[in-house]
Structures are given as C-alpha cells and as structure tokens.
Design a binder for this molecule. Sequence first.
Ligand code: SF4
Ligand code: SF4
Length: 718
Amino acid sequence: MLEKIAMTTVILVSIALFAKRSRDLVGFLGLGRPDDRKPRSVGPKLKEQLVVVLGQRKLLQWTLPGAMHFFIFWGFIILFTTIVEAFGAVYQDGFHLPLIGRWGPLGAIQDFFIIAVLVGIGTAFYIRRVQQPGRFKGSHTKEAEYILYAIGAIMLTILLSRSAQIALGHFPYDTAWTPVSNAIAQLFDGMSRETVDAIDTVFIWWHSLIILAFLVYLTYSKHLHIITSGFNVLFTSERPKGALSPMHIDVEEMSEDDTFGASVITDLTWKQMLDGMTCTECGRCQSQCPAWNTGKPLNPKLVIMDLRDQLFEQGPRLLDAKRASEAELQAAVGTLPPLNPQVLEDEVIWDCTTCGACVQACPVNIEHIDVIVDMRRNLVMGESRFPREMQGALQNLETTGNPWGQPPQAREEWMRGTSKQESLEIPHISDNPDADVLLWVGCAGAFDDRNKRVMYDLGKLLQMANVNFAVLGGEESCTGDPARRMGAEYIYQMLAEQNIEVLRGHGVKKILTACPHCFNTLFNEYPQFGGMFEVLHHTEYLNELVKEGRLKPNKDMPGTITYHDPCYNARHNDVWKGAREIIETIPTASYKEMHRHGHGTFCCGAGGGRMWMEERMGKKMNMERTDEALASASDTLAVGCPYCNIMLSDGVDERHASKDMVVRDVAQILLESIELRPDSGTDGNGNGQSSNGDFPAAKEIEDSSGRAAGPDDPQTTG
Ligand code: SF4
Ligand code: SF4
C-alpha cells in the first residue's frame, strides 16, 4: 500500500510540474504576434504528418543519424506500452494491457525496439564522440548526452524488469516471442524468489522515476521538440516555398508608434516562437548554410536558439505582467532589449542570402528566412540601419525602378546585340497584344552586359522557334525581389503594385523569364497582391521547345558541361529538370553533376539582396561555388540565373581559369549548339566587357548606374 501511495504522489507531483510549465509555454506563445496558420487543406497536412513526423523523411535524408533517430522515435511510440505496463505493475502484480497485453507479437515488437533504441543510443554517442560533426558546434551537447543516458537507463531498466518478471513467472507474454528478455532472465537463475522480486521492484521504480523526471525536464530542455514537433509541422506555412510572409502597410494609417518587422521578442509571431521551442539543435541547417560554411557570423541554428533563449529569459516576467494587466504588459514590453544588436548582431541578419538551404534541411520545418527578413524589415523601415552599400540600390529602386539606376528607355538596349550582331526586332506588348507569352527581361537582363547577351540569345531562340512573344520595354520595372529581401517592404509593394497594374493593363496571362528571382516573385508573391499569372522559367520553356522539335540542337559541342542550380529555381520552386534535359540533347556534350546540386545546391552568394552588399568576412560564396565547379573538371559551367552568371563568371575570372572553364547561360549553350556564331565560345566568360563584340553602351551604363566603386561595389567583382 505504501508503495502505491508513494508512486501516486510522485506521478501527481510530476504531472503538476509538467502542467504548470506547459501552461507557461503556451502563455509565452500568446505573447507573440498573431499569424493565421489554420490548416486549410486537410489532405496535404495529413500527408505531411505521415511523411515528416511519423515517416521521419527529412531526418532520413542523412542515413546514419536519420536511421538512429527513426528507431529512437519509433521506440518511444511502441514502448509507450511498456511504460504503461511498468506503472501498472506497481499497482498490480502480473499487470497486463487490456486486449493486447498477452499478445505474443506485441512482446516481440517491444523486445525488438528496446534493442533498437539501445543501438540507436550507441550510434548517437558514436556520431557525437567519434565523428564529432561540426554541425553540433554551439548546441547544448552535454544536455543532449544526459538525455541519451536517461533514455538508455529507461531501456535497460525495463529490459531487466521484464526479465525479472519472466523469472518470477508473471510475465504477460509467451517467452518464445521475447528471446532477448528471456535470455537475460537466465541471469536470475539460482536467486531466491524474494531477491528477484526485490530486483524487479527496484527496476520498476527506477524506470518510473526516470520517465517522470524526463517528462518534467523535457519541458525545460531542447527535448521539448518531442512534444512540439508535430504541432510545428502541422502549422508549417502553406505559402509557396519561395514566398515571404506578406506585411500589411497602410501609409495613411501609420503612426509613430508602429513597429515594422521584428524589433523585440514580442514582435515575433507565435509560430516563430514555436519554431524556437521546436529546434532540436541538430545543426542540419548550419551544416548547409552557405554563409556559415564560408566563415560568416550567421548560423541559422544559433539564430533560432538565441531567439528561443531570449523568449525563455523574458517570457516569465512578460507573462506575469500580462496576467496583471494590459498596461503592465505594455510597460514590460517597453523595457525589452532590441533583438538587434543585443540578441543577434546586425551582421548576422545581413549575411543571409535567403537561399533556403536551412529550411530545406530542417527536420521539423522551422522557417528561418521569415524571421531573418522580419528583423531586416525592422532595421530598414524602423531603424534606417543597414549596410551603407545597400543605400544606392534602394534609392535606385525607389526612383528609377531598378537597382542599377538606369532610365526606363535603356531597357531595350539588349535587343541591339553586340557590334557583330544584328538587332532583334521584338515588338512591345501594345504592338502585339495577342502575344502568346510576354518575355520579362528583368533588370540584370536589361542592364548587365553579360546578361544582355543572354537575353539577346534567348530572344533569338524564341524567334527561331516562331514563338509569338512581346516585351514590356520601358514599362517594366524591377519585380521588387531585392527590395523585399533586403527588408524594404514598402519599396517592394510599390513596385509590385505598379507591375501588376501594367501587366493587367496589357492583359498579360503568361510570362517567360530567364531570372529565377523574377520567376519566384511574379509567380509566388504577386498573388499576395492579386497578380495571378502563369510564369515559366526559360530553362523549362526552352526544353519544351526542344521536345516539340521547334529547336533542334545539331552542332557538336564536345566537352563536359556541369550545371549550377539557382536556389530560387531548384530549392524554392523545384525547377531543375529543364536545364539538364536541354544539355542532354546537345550532340557530343557530356554532362557532369557537381557534388552539391538540385535541392542541395550551394548559393552563388547574390540572393536575398546580397548582390548589392559587400561580403566582408570569410571566403566569398561565389569563390566557394566556383572552386567546386572547377573541381568538376568541366569545360562549361552552365547557369540559369543572371545573378549566378555574374557571380560565377567573376569567380572564374578571379581564379584566372577562363581558359579551363567558360560560364554560359543554358540559352547561350542551346543557341551555340544550333548555330555556331563567330563571336561565341571564344571570349572566355563572354562577360561583354572584353574588346570583342561589346555592347556599345556597356561602360557608359556602368558609370552612370550610381553604383559606388571599390568596397561599396556589389559582389560583381567576386
Ligand atoms: S537562407 Fe541560406 S544563407 Fe540564409 S540562413 Fe538559411 S542557409 Fe543560411
Ligand atoms: S533549426 Fe532545424 S535544422 Fe537547425 S538545428 Fe534547429 S531543428 Fe536542426
């Protein structure tokens, strides 16, 4: 009786502690900004729970740690039955689960998972102690090991208790089904019944106490993810992967007290707070982050952990204030330290290229980019504090509608071609309102010399394939992608609304673009402002033209081609097949994949507005990717993005490797394989700044762009 009273007391105290902490944690979430995350589509959500949570799909992308976690996770689910049996045994000798408690296969599964979890724990120690992957740098590794010890103890105590029960003769399962427990039961041969009974009691108690302590402790530790992961996956954004969260800006209703983005911890949404509580500190995001991998201060794992620590530090007093009154809460919020630079250095926030590698890698669907951009929004719109080299690009976007600061009439320069080429005659949309597709040129395609060449070749391919297309010419403005990702949401919204009005005014339905950033913004973000268009990336569109036989690559191009996947194609939009299929059709060319490709591609360093910021620390990202491309020993580095084109061409030039490798857009490669032109393939990276066949206005345009020289120059210099 005493034993039952003691166990009941321990259980009730543990549940009370667990409930109190859980109530506080839910209260912390209530401090955050609202975020409508009501699941709208039951089917996909259910599938995500089955695949990501129960199937552990994202974890299993990494074979050894994935398998280890899979068995521990499923072990805990299956062994919930042994936990109930253990507690039941305190209250009743020979306790068994109703209905299934004597079913041999259940005993067998329990035996299997006890061993599987123990093997999993051994593997976890092997990974942490022997392999020592860098991704754990900055994680609470000691805490993780204590948890592993605790789980190991839970397994060993239940195994020994089961064996003692076999020796005592009140084990509920036929021992033929439980060979492991049965073998260990031999240890008790020769012991008196009283001794074995006492041993069983000790193991049951240890088992129960560790579980109850674990239950309370996990609400204070990173193992909180055991409870929150399912919810975090359930409330994952249903926005397209590449779309940032919309922000309501009403200039007329604005007051001085309004905050933009995230200034203090309570400016985070409840979902961003839940992200922090769910982080497992596994470091998968950090291991994939191009900023961290090239020696920058940004570490996406530490961003999430530092925000969580700030919430846990400030949460209790904010919650007390909230429980007192709204006025006290506001007073407490007024004393919160700013997130930047107190919790996270400004530099950390500006290092991000929004490449999405972290989000892709995270096994519990944490959304790093949104929170980073929210902090940028505050720095730009609330504090006017940002890298000084961004100033020129933002001003240009606001005044001329493009970061290069060029006049609208210069948007059609690319059609003139180089001095060795004939001008292309491409109609403006108002002269060809029945065009099947609108060619969206993009700012880089219109103003950067090497990308003007790409646009020229793309225009030529479309004409060769008899595509009925048109352009907007000077009516086109930047989609706003760089402004939005720099945190200048008001400039983005101005540009987006302007473009949508122009596109609608011309009745445009289908848009073709050679820029993944334009593609992503037009396709995934303009619907937030009512702009619904069919948008195609040129690699996919050209591939269709080749498949239809409207373009026929027939010239030999001996040599090896590798392809660099742009993040905004492959990772954010699952666009990666077209480029490869086009290359495969080119006679005599062979294709070689780089180590990091497809969803696992490595950023060129220009996304997220970083094109317009200086990279001051560590190795430059474009050089890292260029080195990887050069290591593939390919002759041609194919690209499908104007930013990647600039960054990687500069990288090859900086390595003085233009004799070994040329950088070409897929459109250029395709055109070369259809007709070899006198000026193709002979000028290194074809940057358009060499003496052969330059765009006549190239230098003039660069000088008048408003781009600062020297250290303020964007990363086009590599
Ligand atoms: S989006 Fe890319 S650069 Fe930014 S934190 Fe994630 S992995 Fe790093
Ligand atoms: S954010 Fe995700 S990937 Fe990064 S450490 Fe946390 S759980 Fe792991």
